[in-house]
Design a protein around this ligand. Structure first.
Ligand code: DAH
Length: 378
């Protein structure tokens, strides 16, 4: 009997220590298999005298049961551990925090440029670009501002120290033998010249971009943004200009009651030149565009410069002014943004203050479209 106890303890100990299922199976075979030690003990019962069998049979049966139970328990334990391990490995933690929202925003200047591109695309205008480092021929001379022209002095130009001019094809006679000074373009108007020279006529483009002047206060920064418009075709007149500006400004400000006033003015590159004012009313101490500036309590605000392209500019650009005519306009993009979205200090546009950007910036999802509104705000 003592031997059975020892055998049972030993078996249970080894079973408890079994490392894996195959070790456990080996132990099962060793104890309970056909040739197993416990099975061998059971076989001895047949040869025993009845009294002895009566005494030993329950002990051997109990031993067999005990080993069997230990094997089953250890097996269940191993299977549970394996399942546990698999569950832990395959866990998908749905409670993970959502990724942070991206912090960037679309600058109002970019947003307004996109709005303008959308509006003018609908009128058949493509977007054209030109270099910000320009030469004085494109920036001034070809725009009918020769060397001595007083308008040059009014532009507060940033000139580069004299250097060999970048190779612009000397196709125009005016450029031949003339040294070109390099500068930061003072307006987007040189893109008019570049576009006519590179693509001929007819032309329908807008040219948004950065321009530079040595000037700085609450409404002037050394770098600011303009958008130029140019239409060249046969038989273009001031009526086309007025309709185009009206259509553009109504779409941009999303109001049907935009009223324009065209005032005679002077720009070297247009003839005749007109300055365009827009009517506004005062509401809650703020200027709100809309209605005629001549109504009581209303006023006119100067908005942009424009006119019929001077025939000398068309000539400088290599086209025949007797065949091609057109209109042009130039307007400050930053100013358009301030009027539409209500900022009052231009300098803040370029400070990069995240609080300002968060407040005035746009979501990338606010894509301006004519159908959804070019001023959609999240
Ligand atoms: N280039 C002018 C400026 O910077 C703006 C301008 C006026 C552009 C009249 C034009 C125009 O195309 O026709 O002040």
């Amino acid at each position: 009997m003592e031997d059975y106890r020892t055998l049972e303890d030993q078996a249970r100990e080894r079973i408890a220590a079994a490392a894996d299922l195959s070790a456990l199976e080996a132990l099962r075979v060793e104890y309970l298999g056909k040739q197993g030690s416990v099975s061998a003990l059971l076989k001895t019962l047949g040869a025993m005298a009845p009294e002895e069998r009566q005494e030993k049979a329950p002990a051997i049966q109990a031993l067999r049961q005990s080993v069997f139970d230990a094997l089953a328990a250890r097996k269940a334990e191993m299977e549970a551990a394996e399942l546990e391990q698999r569950l832990a490995a395959e866990t998908l933690d749905l409670s993970l925090p959502a990724p942070e929202m991206p912090k960037g925003s679309v600058h109002p200047v970019s947003q307004v440029m996109d709005e303008l591109a959308e509006i003018f695309a609908d009128l058949g205008f493509a977007v054209a670009t030109g270099p910000e480092i320009e030469d004085d021929w494109h920036n001034f001379t070809a725009l009918n501002m020769p060397e001595s022209h007083p308008a040059r002095a009014m532009h507060d130009t940033f000139y580069f120290p004299d250097a060999a001019p970048e190779g612009e094809p000397a196709s125009s006679s005016a450029a031949v033998g003339q040294k070109r000074r390099m500068l930061l373009r003072t307006h987007t108007s040189p893109v008019q010249v570049r576009t006519m020279m590179s693509q001929g006529a007819p032309v329908r483009i807008i040219a948004p971009g950065r321009v530079y002047r040595s000037d700085s206060d609450a409404t002037h920064t050394p770098m600011f943004h303009q958008i130029e418009g140019l239409m060249i075709d046969r038989g273009i007149h001031l009526g086309h200009l007025k309709w185009t500006l009206e259509t553009f400004l109504k779409a941009f400000f999303e109001r049907e009651d935009i009223v324009l006033r065209l005032r005679p003015s002077y720009f070297p590159f247009t003839e005749p030149s007109v300055e365009v004012d827009v009517g506004f009313a005062i509401e809650n101490g703020r200027r709100v565009l809309g209605g005629s500036g001549d109504e009581p309590g209303h006023g006119w605000m100067e908005l942009l410069g424009s006119g019929m392209v001077n025939r000398r500019v068309i000539e400088f650009s290599g086209l025949d002014p007797d065949e091609w005519q057109g209109f042009a306009f130039g307007v400050g993009v930053d100013r358009l943004a301030m009027l539409k979205y209500g900022m009052d200090d231009l300098r803040a546009f370029f400070d990069g203050d995240v609080r300002w950007l968060r407040h005035y910036g746009f979501s990338p999802f606010d894509q301006p479209t004519l159908s959804a509104g070019v001023g959609a705000r999240a």
